[in-house]
Design a binder for this molecule. Structure first.
Ligand code: PMP
Length: 314
């Protein structure tokens, strides 16, 4: 993974070496930051880099910030313009991962949310696959449970809550799995360590509802559209038992990092044939065509980095 050359930091684009914070920073001490994870896809034929749903990502970033009483003093359109400017500085001609981070920049001791200043930074790195086995992940159930909305709101991407994801991910990887199945306190399926989960069972596409302590994923939302409009199937949002995954026809994960990843095993049991199923194969094909700008119907989800004039962020 190569490092970026620039960052947006304290209101302007600076060389990455200058984007530094103090050890006294509130967010570093208490996890009081919120972040986003977005991708830009390179289309070699058009020599264009497409941001995937940047406005939706920035709307969610601002909502996450509100949960922590933090104001991000830019509109989603202004944030997109800043990002386009940053990416043009980087001149990436390859798939890219973008990390916006809003954080309590106050330097001092005292755990709270109110009366603290905050700041926003964005950096972007060239990035291919997040998981190596996107075509056949082995999932293991974590003994840790998903953070509950009564403890930390999980519909926002709050940095502190990701200690939960980190405990989960490391536990299952040390036990030899690729990714985690994460349960709620009531034992129902929530999601993976940093991705939403779907299963195909009895001809239905089923996924846990937004009140199952999931992150309200932007890829998840996009799949609702693609599956109903292009693959002609309804989505059912309902609670899922862990053992239903053992007998499901297909299981897959989705998210900005994992994109669409087929699950081949859950707790050492093969899902279907133990190989990537037909449904997820078609969905992956469709998704990758969409994000690279090859399906005209969904180009409104994409924002070309090099073709347009950046909108002023003033
Ligand atoms: N759940 C969690 C906990 C995540 O961190 C992510 C990655 N942002 C997702 C789900 C997938 O969300 P999205 O499709 O918006 O990337």
């Amino acid at each position: 993974m190569s490092s970026p050359r620039f960052a947006f930091f304290q209101g302007k684009i600076v060389p990455i070496e200058q984007a530094k914070v103090s050890v006294m920073t509130h967010a570093l001490n208490y996890g009081t930051a919120v972040f986003g994870g977005m991708r830009a896809y390179w289309n070699a034929d058009k020599a264009e880099l497409y941001l995937f749903r940047p406005i939706d990502h920035f709307v969610r970033l601002k909502q996450s910030a509100e949960l922590l009483l933090m104001d991000v003093p830019y509109t989603p359109e202004q944030l997109r313009a800043i990002l386009v400017d940053l990416l043009r500085h980087e001149e990436y001609h390859q798939d890219t991962y973008i990390r916006p981070l809003a954080y309590k920049s106050h330097e001092g001791i005292g755990v709270r949310l109110h009366d603290l200043e905050s700041d926003l930074t964005i950096f972007a790195i060239p990035f291919g696959s997040y998981l190596e086995n996107e075509e056949g992940l082995k999932l293991g159930t974590s003994t840790w449970r998903r953070v509950d909305d009564t403890a930390i709101p999980v519909r926002g991407k709050i940095s502190g809550a990701y200690a939960n994801s980190a405990l989960i991910k490391t536990e299952v990887m040390m036990n030899g799995h690729d990714e985690a199945l994460v349960l709620n306190h009531d034992g129902h399926v929530s999601e993976a360590s940093a991705a939403n989960l779907f299963m195909l069972r009895g001809g239905k596409v089923i996924t846990p509802p937004v009140y199952a302590n999931i992150l309200e994923g932007i890829v998840r939302r996009s799949l609702f559209t693609l599956i109903t409009e292009q693959l002609g199937m309804e989505i059912v949002e309902r609670e899922i038992d862990r053992s239903e995954l053992y007998v499901a026809d297909e299981v897959f994960l989705c998210g900005t990092g994992v994109q669409i990843a087929a699950v081949s095993y859950v707790d050492h049991r093969p899902v279907g044939t133990g190989k990537m199923g037909e449904f997820v194969r078609s969905l992956r094909q469709l998704f990758f065509d969409v994000v690279r700008g090859k399906v005209p119907q969904y180009t409104e989800w994409l924002y070309p980095v090099y073709a347009r004039e950046a909108i002023s962020a003033d």
